[in-house]
Structure formats: C-alpha cells, structure tokens
Design a protein around this ligand. Sequence first.
Ligand code: FES
Length: 326
Amino acid sequence: MIKIRLGDKDEKTVLNYSDLVFIKRLLAKMRDPKTRFDGKEFVSKGEDYLFNYVNKNVGSVDEKRRKFLKGLIFGIAAATIAAIIPGVEVIVPPQVAAISGFPKSLLVDSSGNPIKASEIPVNSPYIVLFEYPMTGEPNFLLNLGDSSGKPVEVPPTKVFVPQTGDTYDFPGGVGPNKSIVAYSAICQHLGCTPPYIHFYPPQYVSPSQLAAPEPDQLTAQALLAAKQAKVPALIHCDCHGSTYDPYHGAAVLTGPTQRPLPTVVLEWDSSTDYLYAVGSVGVAIYPEGANGVPSSNPKADLDNSFGSPVGNKTTVQNTQNPFSGS
Ligand code: FES
C-alpha cells in the first residue's frame, strides 16, 4: 500500500492536488479485480508495463505524467511486492515530501448554511463529521473542553509518528476559543470508521466505562493513557483499541496504530464566524471503507473505493450519539 506523506508548510512541495486525485484513481484501478494490476508483468517489464497500464485504465500518459509516475515507481514496486508475496507488508512512501493545492471548503450544515464556530457544542458526544478532501473521507469536527465543559485552547504542537520516528507540526485549534479541531475519522491502524472510532468526551472517560454496554468500549489501557497524558477526553477506535489524543494533534496514545490521525487544517473567519477546511497534515490518507461500513476485513475495506474532491463546500453531519443507545 502506498502511503502519501503530508508535510509541514516549509517542506518542499512536490505533489499537487490533481496528482493526489490521479494517485487515488490509479490505486483504485490497481485494486479493482476487473483491472487488477499484474505484479508479475510489472516485475518483468518494468515501467513500460506501468505506463501502458495507466494509459489503458486511468488516462493518457503525457510527458508530465510520465515523469510523475517515474517518481512513484519505488512506492508502486513496494506495493506490488506486498501484493505478490502473501503475508509480506511493505510500507514505503513514494518520493513525496508534501502536498499542496487542497480545496478551500466552507463547512455548511445539511441545509447549506455555513456552520458558525461559536455554535458548535463543547464536548459533544455526537459523532460530527464532514468529508474532506475527498468525498467518502470522513473527519471529526470537535469543540474540545475540559471536564467542566469549558472550551479548552488547543495549542500548536509537534506530533510524533511512532511508525517512522518523525514529527510534524499540528497547527492548533481555531474559533473564538481556539478549541475547535478536525481530524480524520479513519483509524490509521486498519481503517475503521465511525461509529467504530469515536470521540469520548470527558464525561465518558472514567473507569465506569469499563462496565458500560457497547459501543462504549474504552479499555483499561486507554483510560490509563488518558490519565498519564492528563487529557480529559479521547478518540478511541473500538475495532482494536487504538487511542488518540485530540488535544495534541490526535497523537497516538495507545496502539496498535503506529500513526496519528491526520489533521484537517481549519481556518476561522472571525468576521463571519465561519469555518473552512483548507488543508491536511499528517502521514497517510485512507479511502473510506466499503459503503462507509467497515467489514470484518478492514484492510480490504481500504481497497474498495475512492471519492472525488469535495469542492468549495462540505457538509457537516451529526451522525449519532453512540452513548445514548439511539
Ligand atoms: S482499525 Fe482502529 S484500532 Fe484497528
């Protein structure tokens, strides 16, 4: 699987948004059983096979695209080897240091009206999502507070990536209290999406949760991690127990994930109180699961489909409160 690394602002930009869309289309075709990429052919014929494959399945390969594909050959080869040899997982980023050209998308409600930052409830247990930068890629929208429900300013910080030992810059919260953040809602372990991964507000981060009925599945390990990090709330994935710290760039608190949740960079217009999604920082982008519902094989879910760019508006939805039984 090819990972796309999203870098800090000062990293050299080598990938634009249309290239990202192109990669996603290419990967979708490679995984589609009808257009399956033949790894053995690729190994024996090399880039000629790749160019012909792209020409036939994704679109014509002009000189610019040819150069771009050459830059990706190493990553594609690694992904191909991983597919040929069962049980071998090779994760090698393509030679991409950063990405630019994300759409600037206004966050709107289901009627198309702009979401006002000052009206977003603090510590809401509802799973509040919007798609960005592609349709089908859900992100949490969170207004973080302390355990008494007061908004908490979320400062910029460096986020550590256990998988690589690297760090990247998380820009901090926005809005009137600098308490609003947005993170990918696709677990970076094996891709589970809500309601399997969700935000546990402070009122749910307590040992009593260990005895609560499903889907309240915080583990003792997650509770301990929250205590040690001195954070009142968590993002937790019920699939295998990955836990993320929403107050510090969705950094990893407990595995098995080795990657933080990518951050959606938000912009707040103080004159209108509107919010915009303007970019993304983090390590990987996953596509959504099959029909948005993870199966018993979350890895396969990641292979299924890719969306299209969200454009200049993206709709925020309250999906459910997983703690209410509704
Ligand atoms: S998919 Fe989330 S912990 Fe495994």
